[in-house]
Design a protein around this ligand. Structure first.
Ligand code: OGA
Ligand code: MN
Length: 220
């Protein structure tokens, strides 16, 4: 069992994230989370998969699995703080939440996250994580856990402009260990390109207080 220590955000990283979010709506932080913690989280996903706890993800409530499979093929499990590694990660994200609130006055209230496993051939087509009016997901984060990633393996995260008629690529990120992508949930459509190797990440969302929205939470 790997030991897991509390970790600090590298100096200046939060400031850079805040600037990136304000100026362009997204940011990629390299080595944001210690590799040691990433590896402990990766081992947990491998175990969860072996014992059948990683489950096919849905898109919204009530959709047919067949339709969903045309859009996304990953298997997920929501974090519940049931391991030391999850606790360390969630504590780090709670610290990030308060620092981003201090820097950007976003009123972020809580963080929810799931492990995601994309097996060879899996993808997630272009989508948004939140829709205007229903929005209580404000910021999306994606942490990558694979210790190695060959550029030939695909599986990149691709970010697009808010204007759907503009197919220009804003950014394309290789899913390398320790990298944390952060972007505005409502205005940054994005896609996971088909992967050729097992690809493991933690997708998460900073949200507003659910009870203020007066809407049922989006499923996921
Ligand atoms: C998601 C998502 C991106 C990634 O789970 O909504 O877009 O790179 N994930 O894993
Ligand atoms: Mn997404």
């Amino acid at each position: 069992m790997t030991t897991v220590r509390e970790w600090q955000w590298p100096a200046a990283i939060v400031e850079q994230m805040a600037d990136g979010l304000v100026e362009q709506g997204f940011y990629l932080a390299e080595d944001a989370v210690p590799h040691e913690l990433c590896l402990a989280l990766l081992a947990e996903v491998e175990h969860l998969n072996q014992v059948g706890e990683m489950r096919k993800a849905g898109i919204g409530r009530g959709d047919e699995l067949q339709i969903q499979r045309e859009i996304r093929r990953d298997k997920i499990k929501w974090l519940d703080g049931s391991s030391a590694a999850q606790q360390a990660y969630l504590q780090g994200m709670a610290r990030l939440q308060s620092e981003l609130n201090r820097a950007l006055f976003l009123g972020l209230f809580e963080y929810e996250a799931h492990f995601a496993l994309y097996q060879p051939g899996d993808f997630y087509k272009k989508h948004r994580d939140s829709f205007k009016g229903r929005a209580n997901r404000i910021l999306t984060t994606v942490l990558y856990l694979n210790p190695e990633w060959d550029s030939q393996w695909g599986g990149e995260l691709v970010l697009f402009p808010d204007d759907e008629s503009d197919t220009k690529v804003l950014a394309q990120y290789t899913p390398k260990i320790g990298r944390l992508a952060i972007f505005m949930s409502e205005t940054v459509p994005h896609e996971v390109l088909p992967t050729q190797q097992a690809r493991v990440s933690i997708a998460g969302w900073f949200r507003l207080n659910t009870s203020l929205g007066g809407q049922i939470d989006p499923a996921k």
